[in-house]
Ligand binder design. Structure first.
Ligand code: NAI
Ligand code: MG
Length: 368
């Protein structure tokens, strides 16, 4: 078996800074766990524009289609704000998502005990929280036709259309059930089947996929508005939540904030299985390029490191090693180490970006 392959696209701003810490972690797995990755690096976003006049070179796109997983830092920055829309840094990321057909966006909301007081909710409600929202990413109301602003008599009308095909629902549901099997085996599907036909079909197809191919997974259905209430009332009742593009956009942001800082949040976008059975996959922190702190050693690398932990679990079937890495992060936080975005409590130890990466690697060492 060849080594699993990983394409690293660090991008702009703090992207290269946080990715340097992930490289330490990847190096550790090669040296200490005999888990060697075939790593290649390339440019994306403003960095690619500076070198090639395009935010994603065709060769990079081709390489991204071939590797087992892509790990991305962040794109964008004030330097590129006045560029034409067609070559803006964000276009590089959008092209990757579109051409890899990454239809399932995974956003975990995980609350480490040491940070539970950062949440706006009570410690008891969020401590130990570990849920995953699967948002359908390539269809639904953001893409449906007809759309536009039209004249109708003497006023204008804004139109967007929610449209889901059976196959689009089917593949999103499968992603959720597959994930659940690698977690606590529970899926809650959210829509508004009470008032939307697309929601009726959504519920029907999710149930059908479950009954035919995933009867071992515990499935429930919930109206999305109730889901929003339950997320802030008792989020620990959930394991995997699967929902459409619009509801997923809102519910994933809501769930993310249960847990504190943007510097802590990983994500993954998955597509169809490749010939080797692994899904097409792009892993990236939720945060952007943070130009306000770039180049100062202040960025929190944990979101990017946890994105690599997701890659271990969901692309490389290394669930135990993903657990080990998450436990190492938990350990350094419990030890009081804090990058600037997490400072505030008394007794915390301020660390730089590389100080945090080194501490996580040391905690990995201590886990052996
Ligand atoms: P941002 O996420 O870059 O920053 C928002 C705030 O959070 C800033 O104060 C920043 O310092 C802080 N922050 C973000 N990540 C952090 C980390 N790891 N550690 C510590 N603090 C952190 O969002 P903003 O400011 O709206 O956008 C800045 C640039 O990033 C823009 O060009 C935007 O288009 C781009 N962007 C790119 C994304 C991506 O690559 N996926 C996502 C969001 C924004
Ligand atoms: Mg959003």
């Amino acid at each position: 078996m060849p080594n699993p392959s990983l394409l690293i696209l660090s991008g702009d701003g703090i992207g290269p800074e946080v990715m340097a810490e992930v490289r330490k972690v990847i190096g550790w797995y090669g040296a200490k766990r005999d888990l060697v990755f075939d790593v290649s690096e390339d440019l994306v976003g403003g960095a690619a524009y500076d070198a090639h006049g395009t935010p994603l070179h065709d060769d990079t796109m081709t390489r991204a289609q071939e590797v087992d997983a892509v790990l991305l830092g962040a794109v964008g920055g004030p330097k590129y704000d006045d560029l034409d829309f067609s070559v803006k840094p964000e276009r590089g990321l959008l092209r990757l998502r579109k051409e890899m057909d990454l239809f399932a966006n995974l956003r975990p909301a995980q609350c480490f005990d040491a940070l539970a007081d950062f949440s706006s909710l009570k410690r008891d409600v969020v401590a130990g929280l570990d849920i995953m929202i699967v948002r359908e990413l390539t269809s639904g109301i953001y893409f449906g036709e007809p759309r536009g602003i039209i004249e109708d008599g003497n006023e204008r009308v804004g139109i967007n259309t929610q449209r889901y095909t059976e196959s689009e629902i089917d593949r999103a549901a499968r992603s959720a059930f597959e994930l659940a099997r690698k977690r606590r085996n529970k899926v809650c599907s959210m829509e508004k089947a009470n008032v939307m036909e697309s929601g009726i079909l959504w519920r029907e197809i999710v149930q059908k996929v479950h009954d035919e191919d995933y009867p071992d997974v515990e499935l429930s259905h919930m109206y999305a508005d109730n889901g929003a209430m339950q997320l802030v009332r008792a989020p620990k009742q959930f394991d995997v939540i699967v929902t459409d593009n619009l509801f997923g956009d809102i519910l994933s942001d809501c769930a993310a904030m249960l847990t504190g800082s943007l510097g802590m949040l990983p994500s993954a976008s998955l597509g169809a299985p490749m010939a080797n059975g692994r899904p097409k996959a792009l892993y990236e922190p939720v945060h952007g390029s943070a130009p306000d702190i770039a180049g100062q050693g202040k960025a929190n690398p944990i979101a990017c490191i946890l994105s690599f932990a997701m890659a271990l679990r969901y692309s490389f079937d290394q669930g135990a090693e993903a657990d080990r890495l998450e436990a190492a992060v938990e350990q350094v936080l419990a030890d009081g180490l804090r990058t600037a975005d997490l400072l505030g409590e008394e007794g915390a130890t301020p660390v730089s970006t590389s100080g945090m990466g080194d501490a996580i690697v040391a905690a990995l060492d201590a886990s052996l």
